[in-house]
Design a protein around this ligand. Sequence first.
Ligand SMILES: Nc1ncnc2c1ncn2[C@@H]1O[C@H](COP(=O)(O)OP(=O)(O)OP(=O)(O)O)[C@@H](O)[C@H]1O
Ligand SMILES: [Mg+2]
Length: 302
Amino acid sequence: MSEQLKPNNPPASTPPAPRSKVIAIVNQKGGVGKTTTAINLAAAIAIEGVPVLLLDVDPQANTTGGLGFPREEARLSVYDLLLGNATAREVILATDVPNLSLIPGTRNMIGANLELVGVERRESRLREALEPVRTEYPFILLDCPPALDLLTLNSLVAADTLLVPMQAEYFALEGISELMATLDSVAASFNPGLSLEGVLLTMFDDRTNLSQQVRDNLVGFFNERIFKTTIPRNIRLAEAPSHGKPVALYDPRSRGAEAYRNLALELLDRNGMKPAKKPGPAPTFPVLESMGESKGIWPFKR
Ligand SMILES: Nc1ncnc2c1ncn2[C@@H]1O[C@H](COP(=O)(O)OP(=O)(O)OP(=O)(O)O)[C@@H](O)[C@H]1O
Ligand SMILES: [Mg+2]
């Protein structure tokens, strides 16, 4: 092309397509509040007007049951995604919470651990399956099982960041080094971009010295990666799943609902998103490049 025929202004480069931030809710310890956090944080973000896709990656399928879906095995689920039997779009369900979608779990995912063993790129199945819907939801949350198995590995490989719920008890500090060492080696081997979104204290009783002590210790360990919001022990949080609802619908005035709303606001704020105060259009869709990378840190690479 001659000099003259060249356009004066080259076309403006197209902005990068918005991409979801994928947050895995992970702790190999059982009963620390992973599922309670997955359901109620996802619902609280959605209620702020920000679309969320929640995946139940646990064969216990408690997230699925807690959102009012029977835990039947006939329905398409995360299992079918992992084995490549279905696409993400085919397995997404709408929930009673506006802006909140679910990919359900099923008990037969226990078998997925075994079935995947011989499969090529077995640890990247979830990451690849989610790719086509990563332009549709600002946040994708993954509820992981209490094990460091292939289901959790798939979640860690699919994730941009990790949210680690931890119960404020004397033994909370035990196992952290083990968990972090595992996460670190997964990051090094499979997912170099992985970082820590934050550590969340659950079932927290701010009236006891023990809770405060545990919090102080964890703050010493994780610095600003501890969420300012803590989740109190609240009976409404324990009751809501048997009604098939997040606490925000079951008892919106409870302390549990308030705590998860505060957590959602803290998370949105940390990610540079201001939720709409009034009903109206959803907040601007974030671009991962501008919100995730600089925020997350991985504290164990020193
Ligand atoms: N803040 C809370 N207040 C009261 N009860 C809670 C709270 N958080 C969780 N629970 C209850 O504690 C139990 C364990 O919580 P949850 O199922 O969320 O943990 P989990 O880490 O997902 O467990 P698992 O490792 O088995 O998947 C549940 O009965 C739940 O209702
Ligand atoms: Mg759980």
